[in-house]
Design a protein around this ligand. Structure first.
Ligand code: PGA
Length: 249
């Protein structure tokens, strides 16, 4: 049976070394054998994560699509790989909102794969689309997947290195999650989509917390969750891990 994947996306909520170290420390004693934990701190704390005995993989929240050169302020896939980062979040709706296009996302995925990073690709519809129903939602996401995965074939199992996080934009950071039933409906569509292959992992993200996580993880089709704000509260995150580890999967 697959381990459920729990991704902690700290965003810019954690903004001091002390806070970051506190959470790293709290994660040192975790040993949930049926969970795959991926912690995504902001860039300045990535290296620090490596000095803790975390039973977790480390992910970055963003990456640039060139390896090196005159690109002030950018962080290349090569640099991430060099410091032991394994995963990178690409296409988060908060980055799309800042102007990241499907084409840029596609370039980033290709560059990250070329450096053997694993990808957490975020896709999801805004509220206006969801209001038009499942069909419109599926079409919207299909279009995102088509553009974001353009030119990426499964040669060398490349698609298996891409986790898809289904994150309805209206559910992120709002405290209003999708219902597990509705998100399952969309996720089932992913699993049948021509863009994915057998064994692709699909996660849910958007206002997940200790109270609602069981509803999502109980479904075998939902391989895990991407958690933002709730993952930055030490006690709440410990609760989430404990609950997740007890779900039969
Ligand atoms: P949230 O963020 O859990 O704070 O809604 C989810 C995300 O990072 O996508």
């Amino acid at each position: 049976m697959n381990k459920k994947i729990i991704i902690a996306n700290w965003k810019t909520y954690i903004n001091s070394r002390k806070q970051a170290e506190n959470i790293f420390k709290s994660l040192e004693n975790n040993n949930y054998k049926n969970l795959e934990l991926i912690i995504c701190p902001p860039f300045p704390y990535l290296l620090k994560a490596k000095s803790y005995k975390l039973k977790a993989k480390i992910g970055a929240q963003n990456v640039f699509y060139e390896q090196s050169g005159a690109y002030t302020g950018e962080v290349s896939p090569k640099m991430l790989k060099d410091i032991g980062v394994e995963y990178v979040i690409i296409g988060h709706s908060e980055r799309r909102a800042l102007g990241e296009t499907d084409e840029i996302i596609n370039k980033k995925i290709k560059a990250a794969l070329a450096n053997n990073l694993k990808i957490i690709l975020c896709v999801g519809e805004p509220l206006v689309i969801r209001k038009h129903g499942f069909k419109a939602t599926q079409k919207f996401i299909e279009n995102q997947l088509q553009k974001n995965l353009n030119g990426i074939s499964n040669a060398k199992n490349k698609l298996l290195k891409i986790l898809i996080a289904y994150e309805p934009v209206w559910a992120i950071g709002t405290g209003i999650s999708d219902t597990p039933e509705d998100s399952l409906e969309i996720i089932k569509f992913f699993l049948n989509s021509k863009f994915l292959i057998h064994n692709s992992m699909v996660l849910y993200g958007g206002s997940v917390n200790s109270k609602n996580i069981t509803g999502f993880l109980k479904y075998p089709e939902i391989d895990g969750v991407l958690i933002g704000e709730a993952s930055t509260n030490k006690e709440e995150f410990q609760k989430i891990l404990k609950i997740s580890s007890k779900i039969n999967h």
